[in-house]
Write a new protein. Structure first.
Ligand SMILES: *Cc1c(COP(=O)(O)O)cnc(C)c1O
Length: 385
């Protein structure tokens, strides 16, 4: 049993052994088909985590200039960086060009022109993939939130031809292929099957090979099991990648890239927090902990469910709402969950906090940034060394 007693809370806690194991499984499964994985660093830009991912030979997916700088600082080669996002600023585009990144994922005609003009001015050639909004209908899965027509992401099909022609006519743009991203926390493979069908059709109908396309980037968004993180800590990468191998029908030699964030790092992290107070409300009991929505905003932002355990108390189970100290009514981690009888000073762990927790940390209420603690080769190491 690990001894957490000396750790100042709240803290982000990372199991680097589990992270390394997850990374090894994902790359082994991707290697079977020659697929290339880019780590979506927005999921967690903690330098120890990013360094561990880059050590395993991954590329990286960045959505800001600062993420590009962090990626390079933590060992990712510039030649493995893809730069996505609907709102790249002029400075960020210049930075990316000056670092000779692998590829821009362009999301609008206007952005494409700015990238082209900037490349011309800097006497560079911009490698560009066009992010397509595949207008996948909502009947697939409710978590598909970025690939519908009403979402802000990507170029809609009626504008794709014009974007392809623009690339063809611009010597400062090297068209590489297409990029798709249909959403996040997708736990069923069905939406990806539909995506493959869509991709096959678009590739043919628009004659992407004729425009020089030789790469496809199928985004990320593969989900993790937030309800059973202990028994299901490594996502099913084998069935994930084999689905694409079975369903993509692209010309031989087309490179297939993925951008995975949550599925690589989500389960290796947890938040350690101590109970400040307990109190009874109208028909309920509250546990007030020293972590809040500032450390983990997912429950407040999209009603995300995270398992919470009490590692101090062996008591009989009772029902509690677990809430943070922040002055917002939405600062609630869980409602009506069973925990062993919980007392002031107990330590709780909020599980599955490796992705979109530390990277979304904020200092609302002027709260301090928590420290990070790492677990490696069977023991707790403070600085990750
Ligand atoms: C966020 C994002 C990803 C990663 O999503 P996960 O759900 O963390 O796997 C991949 N590609 C793009 C374009 C993204 O915006």
């Amino acid at each position: 049993m690990t001894d957490f007693s000396g750790i100042k809370t709240p803290a982000y806690f990372y199991d680097l052994d589990l992270l390394r194991k997850t990374l090894a499984v994902a790359s082994k499964e991707a290697d079977r088909y020659g697929y290339k994985i880019h780590y979506a660093i927005k999921a967690n830009n903690n330098p120890v985590i990013a360094r561990t991912v880059s050590d395993h030979g991954y590329g990286v997916d960045c959505v800001s200039g600062n993420e590009i700088l962090r990626a390079i600082d933590t060992g990712f080669p510039a030649g493995g960086i893809v730069f996505a996002g609907v709102g790249k600023s002029d400075e960020e585009i210049e930075l990316a060009l000056s670092r000779d990144i692998f590829c821009f994922n362009c999301e609008s005609l206007e952005e494409l022109k700015v990238v082209g003009e900037t490349a011309k001015r800097l006497k560079k050639v911009a490698r560009v993939a066009l992010r397509v909004n595949p207008a996948l209908k909502a009947d697939t899965h409710r978590y598909i939130t970025t690939g519908r027509e009403e979402n802000k992401f990507g170029i809609v099909l009626p504008h794709l031809r014009q974007a392809l022609d623009y690339c063809k006519e611009s010597p400062e743009i090297e068209f590489t292929g297409l990029h798709f991203h249909i959403g996040s926390q997708i736990t069923s493979l069905e939406p990806y099957k539909k995506l493959c069908d869509m991709v096959n059709r678009i590739w043919r109908e628009f004659d992407i090979s004729g425009y020089g396309g030789k790469m496809i980037n199928l985004g990320g968004g593969y989900g993790i099991d937030y309800r059973h993180p202990d028994t299901n800590s490594i996502p099913g990468f084998s069935s994930f990648f084999s689905l694409f191998a079975d369903n993509l029908e692209l010309p031989g030699g087309t490179a297939v890239h993925f951008e995975l964030g949550r599925s690589l790092v989500g389960q290796c992290g947890r938040i350690l927090t101590r109970v400040l107070y307990t109190k009874k409300g109208a028909g309920k009991q509250f546990v007030i902990v020293d972590a809040g929505m500032t450390e983990l905003i997912r429950p407040a932002l999209y009603q995300a469910v995270h398992r919470i355990i009490n590692v101090s108390s062996p008591g009989r189970p009772e029902r509690y709402d677990v809430v943070g100290p922040v002055c917002e009514s939405s600062d609630v981690f869980a409602k009506d969950i069973l925990l062993p009888r919980t007392l002031r000073g107990d330590m709780l762990h909020i599980l599955s906090c490796g992705a979109y927790a530390e990277s979304m940390n904020m200092n609302f209420n002027l709260r301090e940034k928590p420290g990070s603690v790492y677990f490696s080769e069977g023991e707790i190491v403070k600085g990750g060394e």
